[in-house]
Design a protein around this ligand. Structure first.
Ligand SMILES: Cc1cc2nc3c(=O)[nH]c(=O)nc-3n(C[C@H](O)[C@H](O)[C@H](O)COP(=O)(O)OP(=O)(O)OC[C@H]3O[C@@H](n4cnc5c(N)ncnc54)[C@H](O)[C@@H]3O)c2cc1C
Length: 436
């Protein structure tokens, strides 16, 4: 094969990138492309921008970092706006490429785009975001256990996470124009001002992902106490904060998993080091759930296709998303999300349960709000967790959270609620109106 397009999707890295690895082995020249899909910049069915300014900003930073990495390997990143189904064939014609390499996705819209391309193109998809290749699993996808624990036990016993791939030293290709990454403003968005209360100043890209990993593992050894701190609400190090980088593929789950093992060999192995691997298995599981159940992850009744009558009360939803419900734990969390694009796992579980079980609103509207706001939005993890929280996913038990009790356990001294509810001059409704 002489020349091929390498289509970057949610795999914005050169290390451990199976699509790049295959293209580099099988082709003489590579044309790296990212398509800023205009459909994800529009408003979705619930009226929210599908990609809000926090996440878009992080994505643009990640593209910039990727383009610098490519440049150091003698290549360039072509960034175009449009739809992959149209842009990729056009670019393939322009640069004389006979094949496309890309990472596989598992959600409906992404699969539709893949199918359209595959109908008229020689295209190879590789699994880049999972810990295991489907063929490395001890069961067929259609036999995926419906309960996480059963899945976990089987992979822990019978599957092995293989070594991350190493990026090629050079990426040869034709003469390519300089990378042009659009600004947030040119795409019609404004970045909300940084909020000093945010858990972290997230910066997109593989470089920042690896610095964060070095910080959390090697410099501070926070990994050693992860299991005790992971339900925290305030500050940078109660949890790894890897999620925005994982969602954009700036770092792979496999790289993190292997680094945990290196830490276990060099520093210590304990229940905390195990627990980070355990959480990566949850992430894996929701990918497999999407592979197995397809569009059902977006059904109101979820993968269970449960008959639930969700209410549609705009006022109640508005209070929820502006953090003005009157439940101070829910409100503090929703404001953190609105003002920073991040929320802890504990917070997410509570606000999701509150929306679905207390307010009885369609969980998919909450999921769409998360999709717009979260820096780490990832379709599989988001919809998987939302279904779970709403009682229509993989959990046979009902998961109704008593938010008052949760607040007294996890925010006993009220510090978290004071942090987010104590600044009256930052009006959530006006903020929302201005930036979203
Ligand atoms: C309603 C709801 C929606 C969510 N939406 C998303 C989302 O869109 N994107 C996202 O990355 N996470 C989502 N999560 C999962 C979880 O809250 C975040 O992954 C986590 O808070 C990110 O912080 P961290 O990287 O510090 O996590 P850590 O606790 O340090 O965990 C390390 C990694 O393990 C994975 N992980 C942790 N918890 C979960 C979980 N419950 N399910 C699956 N994987 C997990 C993530 O990749 C995370 O980065 C959601 C959870 C809920 C309850």
């Amino acid at each position: 094969m002489s020349r091929a397009i390498l289509w970057f999707r949610n795999d914005l890295r050169l290390n451990d990138n199976p699509a790049l690895d295959a293209a580099a082995r099988e082709c003489r020249e590579i044309v790296p492309v990212y398509v800023l899909d205009e459909r994800y910049l529009e408003r979705g069915r619930w009226g929210f921008y599908r990609t809000g300014p926090y996440r878009l900003h992080f994505l643009l930073e990640s593209l910039y970092d990727l383009s610098e990495e490519l440049r150091s390997k003698g290549s360039r990143l072509l960034v175009v706006a449009g739809q992959p189904e149209r842009e990729l064939p056009r670019l393939a014609g322009e640069y004389g490429c006979s094949r496309i390499y890309a990472s596989k996705e598992y959600a409906h819209e992404e699969i539709q785009a893949e199918k359209k391309l595959a109908a008229s193109f020689d295209i190879r998809f590789l699994h880049s975001s999972t810990l295991y290749q489907p063929k490395e699993l001890p069961f067929a996808i259609k036999q995926l256990p419906d309960v996480f624990t059963a899945f976990r036990k089987r992979v822990e016993r019978y599957a092995e996470v293989s070594e991350p791939l190493v990026a090629p030293d050079e990426i040869p290709g034709p003469e390519l124009p300089d990378t042009q990454i659009p600004s947030l403003e040119s795409l019609g968005f404004g970045l909300p001002p940084a909020d000093g209360r945010a858990v972290l100043e997230f910066r997109g890209g593989a470089t920042a992902a690896h610095s964060r990993l070095d910080h959390y593992f090697w410099n501070t050894e926070s990994l050693s106490v992860y299991k005790e701190t992971r339900n925290g609400l305030i500050g940078a190090d109660y949890s790894s904060k890897f999620s925005p980088w994982l969602a954009n593929g700036c770092i792979s789950a496999r790289e993190i998993y292997r680094e945990v093992e290196a830490y276990e060999a060099e520093v210590e192995q304990n229940k905390s080091t195990y627990w980070l691997k355990f959480e990566l298995l949850w992430r894996e599981y929701f990918r497999l759930v999407a592979m197995r159940y397809g569009q059902r992850i977006f059904y109101p009744g979820g993968i269970q296709e449960k008959a639930v009558r969700w209410k549609d009360n705009d006022k109640a939803f508005e209070k929820w998303r502006t953090g003005t419900t009157g439940d101070d734990f829910v409100d503090a969390n929703m404001r953190e999300l609105l003002f920073t694009g991040f929320m802890s796992n504990r917070g997410r579980q509570n606000v999701a349960s509150y929306l679905a079980h207390h307010l009885k609103q369609d969980w998919r509207k909450g999921a769409a709000w998360f999709e717009s706001l979260l820096l780490d939005y990832d379709v599989y993890t988001n919809y998987g967790n939302w279904m779970y929280a709403a009682g229509v996913g993989n959990d046979p038990r009902s998961r109704v959270f008593n938010t008052g009790r949760q607040a007294s356990i996890y925010d006993g001294d009220g510090a978290y609620r004071r942090l987010w509810l104590g600044e009256p001059e930052k009006d959530p409704a006006a903020f929302l109106e201005r930036y979203f």
